[in-house]
Design a protein around this ligand. Sequence first.
Ligand code: NAX
Ligand code: ADP
Ligand code: K
Length: 504
Amino acid sequence: MKIFTAEQIRNWDWYTIANEPIASLQLMERVAAACSNWLLEQRYAQKPLHIFCGKGNNGGDGLAIARQLLTQDADVTVYILETGKKGTDDFQRNLELLHKYTSNIHFLQSADFFPILQLQDVVIDALLGTGLDRPLEGLIAELVQHISNSPATVISIDVPTGMFADKSCKDCICMRADHTLSFEVYKQCFLYAENAEYCGSIHLLHIGLHPAYYEATIAAHQIIESKTAQAICKKRNAAAHKGNFGHALLFAGSYGKTGAAVLSSKACLRSGVGLLTVHTAKCGYIPLQTAVPEAMVETDSNEQHLSAASADLLRYAAIGIGPGIGLHEETANVLMQLLQQAHQPIVLDADALNLLSIKKDLSALLHTDCILTPHPKEFERLFGKVANDFERIERAKEKAEELNCVIVLKSHHSFIACPDGNAWFNSTGNAGMATAGSGDVLTGILTGLLAQGYNTTEAAVLGVYLHGLAGDFAAAEQSQEAMIASDITAFLGKAFLHVSQTNV
Ligand SMILES: NC(=O)C1=CN([C@@H]2O[C@H](COP(=O)(O)OP(=O)(O)OC[C@H]3O[C@@H](n4cnc5c(N)ncnc54)[C@H](O)[C@@H]3O)[C@@H](O)[C@H]2O)[C@@H](O)CC1
Ligand SMILES: Nc1ncnc2c1ncn2[C@@H]1O[C@H](COP(=O)(O)OP(=O)(O)O)[C@@H](O)[C@H]1O
Ligand SMILES: [K+]
């Protein structure tokens, strides 16, 4: 699914108004109906509703919702933040209409008139939407804080008031919503970890915007959905043999971190690879052979860390390096040799990325078939500090282009930046995956997919989606608290079944 900017969404409204055609007021009525239906279905309309409106079209939505729910006998109180200015045409028209249904409309001119909100109350936040053009201050900022600090359930219309659709609102005042009802497509602001506590659960409601605009409009970012992954996932030939699914090589583990090698190896095997060889420190031989009998193990000459690259790299279809390898100088040489000699796709994770950030000149050896999978801290070590999540995404896109490789920025909604400018946010995954070793599992999956012939973009998009989906299945079974990284691998099978359903 495409992610649109606030400007693109505005243009989509206008395109629909001109080409459906439909009057702007009628489109607002449709928006309000989608929200009212959701509130009725979720039984929020049975509770005392406090609808806070600004004087723009977001406020117009709020007024129309108020009127529609009054016809359903809801208990509705409307508050309009008085700015002294006239509202938009659609706001004014909806206010005239609302006066025919209720007199329970209050104009807020100072904080003295803010209502006391209780636990059972439901607030509809229709103060400001995508028209936000500056950070909140003054009375509106006070009102947003008053509502956010109350025990009431807060449901924001389109965006939580104070949140910019396309830029950071870090350190600004913003409504803390329990739910955000938005329309048709995700806005970029919903996908950043720094905004997650303000958005609550996001619900995309269908309001019948014109499909031709969606088709014709180029979006800078997309969201990976089930059908995106389904389109990539290849069906297995019934007569296939293991030679068809590639031979992967993982450089993983060192003394005290053989577990990372075990986690990435198991995930690599569960991703469908034909053969797997793990190159690890000598001390890892017995634990690996015992824990992962399906893998072949090639031991390094050093007891505790990696000191030499594999003798014959040509045998392998794809290589993964990083989980638990440590930062020894000799291990840095292994990474250098590998980048110099290997022409097959390579996944670089964890300490391979940390070594890359220590020895910056190694970056010149990266090539189009490399995938880098930093978490935000590794990203900062590699590419420097950023002020907020929006800046990090922009830096990731710049670096993917500059280094000519795929960057998977791991986070709440992991972000994939490709050298050709394509970029995706992931839609799967949960906070239960914030547990040691989850990243090692992803390295194994990506290496396994590359070995099977998926290109770097396909492997990143499919692998990140499957990893998150397996994490979601694991959390459903085990709880977010109790799940551990190996549970993600255990549920990879269920994730594959889900993704390949339409391919069978
Ligand atoms: N026909 C349409 O145009 C539709 C509009 N829709 C709704 O309209 C919204 C956008 O409406 P608008 O463009 O009128 O924008 P808003 O309703 O977000 O309000 C914009 C107004 O707020 C002022 N403002 C901006 N930042 C402020 C701040 N920090 N403090 C105080 N005032 C501030 C602006 O100067 C402007 O007057 C969407 O979010 C959506 O909810 C939907 O109903 C879909 C259809
Ligand atoms: N809150 C979250 N929501 C979704 N995914 C998450 C969340 N926290 C972590 N993850 C995922 O879990 C993985 C963690 O990777 P990483 O930080 O490298 O872990 P480790 O170093 O322990 O292996 C990433 O793929 C990340 O996207
Ligand atoms: K709002």
